[in-house]
Design a protein around this ligand. Structure first.
Ligand code: ADP
Ligand code: ADP
Length: 231
């Protein structure tokens, strides 16, 4: 589903060059579940931003579902981002003046889905994620776990093929964190390709495939034998 070839991203700070991604090669199969670990500054967020088309590499190739991303203009990138990719962040990034329902509905409004279908899809998802009774609540009225569930709902309401999560449980207690991970894994079970950046070794181990980064390179790539994955 995803092929990265010799991907490079260098930041220049004063006289210093930082190789945030250093000739990185990576292939990801559709439906897989990966965790990305590594020390702070090793390039995890940069990798996520590249995969999510939030940032562009200096050189190298990125093919998503056989389509070369590097050559696309910003408008096409936004189009693909909106339809194929969902994002979940540590700090939720919900809109405070909208309630839970409105936050989840927003991506459908932005892509021109008609009101009746919007209502059906949002209702279904609220129900599934156990959020129905919180539909009218604003983010500040929700717990961290509930906010992250709303953020996940917003990320998947357009049924993306790829879900990218950057420290999704970083602000949560262990109980809410486990719920959030359970939810992400349930969505992966339904076929969505899931990539989670985490500092939590326990969470890293839950993934079917674990990547470890250092200095902008992949230094380890292991498959979890317990996961029941065919290869
Ligand atoms: P991680 O997510 O693993 O902590 P990042 O991808 O955020 O790592 O950063 C990788 C390296 O790139 C770090 O050295 C960081 O300081 C640098 N970096 C990231 N973003 C920028 C930026 N916008 N400007 C300058 N340097 C950056
Ligand atoms: P969840 O069911 O999402 O795991 P929690 O168990 O974390 O929710 O929280 C239970 C209740 O406690 C929530 O309905 C919420 O109203 C309240 N609560 C928990 N944490 C917070 C918080 N940080 N701010 C406001 N309310 C909170």
């Amino acid at each position: 589903m995803i092929v990265l070839e010799q991907l490079c991203k260098t930041y220049h700070l004063g006289g210093e060059s930082v190789h945030a991604l250093d000739h990185l090669d990576l292939q990801i199969a559709a439906g897989d579940y990966l965790s990305v670990m590594g020390p702070s500054g090793s390039g995890k967020s940069t990798l996520l931003n590249m995969l999510g088309l939030l940032d562009t590499p200096d050189s190298g190739h990125y093919r998503l579902e056989q389509q070369e991303m590097s050559a696309l203009g910003e408008e096409q990138r936004a189009q693909i981002r909106n339809h194929k990719i969902g994002f979940v962040f540590q700090a939720y990034h919900l809109i405070d003046r909208l309630n839970a329902r409105e936050n989840i509905e927003l991506p459908l409004i932005l892509t021109g889905v008609p009101p009746r279908e919007r209502r059906t899809r949002v209702d279904e998802l609220l129900e599934r994620l156990g959020l129905s009774r919180h539909a009218a609540h604003h983010p500040h009225q929700l717990s961290g776990g509930q906010r992250q569930r709303v953020a996940i709902a917003r990320a998947v309401i357009r049924r993306p093929a790829l879900l990218l999560a950057d420290e999704p449980t970083g602000n949560l207690d262990s109980h809410s964190g486990a719920e959030v991970i359970g939810l992400l894994e349930e969505l992966n079970g339904e076929g969505i390709t899931l990539l989670v950046v985490t500092h939590d070794p326990a969470m890293g181990k839950r993934a079917r495939r674990q990547l470890w980064m250092q200095d902008g390179q992949l230094i380890s790539d292991t498959r979890n034998r317990d996961s029941g994955d065919p290869d």
